[in-house]
Design a protein around this ligand. Sequence first.
Ligand code: CUA
Length: 325
Amino acid sequence: MKPSDATMFMPPGASTVAAEVDLLYYFIYWVSVFFFIVITVGTLWFAIRYRRKPGETSRLTPGITHHLGLEVFWTVIPTILMFVIFVWGFRSFMHLMVIPGNAMEIKVDAKQWDWYFKYNEGIVSPNKLVVPVGKPIKLLMKSRDVIHSFYIPDYRVKWDVVPNRYSSLWFEALEPGEHDIFCTEFCGNDHSRMIARVHALTPEAYARWLKEAGGIRKGETCEEFGKRLYVENGCNACHTVDGSPSVGPSWKGIWGSLGKLADGSTVKVDENYIRESILEPEKKIVKGYKPQMSSFAGLLDDEAIGCLIEFIKAQGATSGGDGDE
Ligand code: CUA
């Protein structure tokens, strides 16, 4: 099977199911075009041929009740066409739905507004899905907040990603290459920016990638690892490290300070508070901020949380602050 170029209504086809999806699509398309022309031309022809001519006062149409041959003709033909489309579509749908037994599983976590791809080898890859070509890939997907929809146009696969339950889809990439992944369910502010990429690699290149991405720490110190987590998990979208205000409190000098909470109480910013804030962010909201962070439970393990804490410590500490601005 060969990848296909983009056509008038379809992007390039780069997966094993693309050709059959396109074929059925264009079959339905051209059948529709054919009948559109037949019906439009027929209507125009009748309208012109049987219009009331100038000077004509009464020319009644004879009372035709029915024409058996014609009625059978225009009932049987569309019925056959519908059955062809149904059987063909159902077979393709089953092909798209039934995940091959030898498929390799990758877990997908969706949250506003990122995709996380989790590999059995322990790798978590944000917004970059790396797969080997020539192997069926099963995505086991769930959402951490609202309904998203996972869509790779070039692979012709799309499925909803829903909170509190798993959904799945599968595909097999034909050739090495990069393709867009879109969220195709309106999911809030940055829905349109919830874009990721799928990188299809040769099996050799994939093995190399696994190895490189594999060791979670990649030889970094705990603080360096924490810094990478800060970027890769998008902490930096809401928490600055230079003291400037953002969606969430800046991490500059936060360590050891006494933070004022929305309910009026204070809390010391220590290991337990940060750990709790990562896992159950809505529990203690800092005064002046909104509870908009989603939990990282299941995404960050103890080692990762420990190293994020190291990174936060490295942003400077306040000792014995009273929490008042
Ligand atoms: Cu996620 Cu739209």
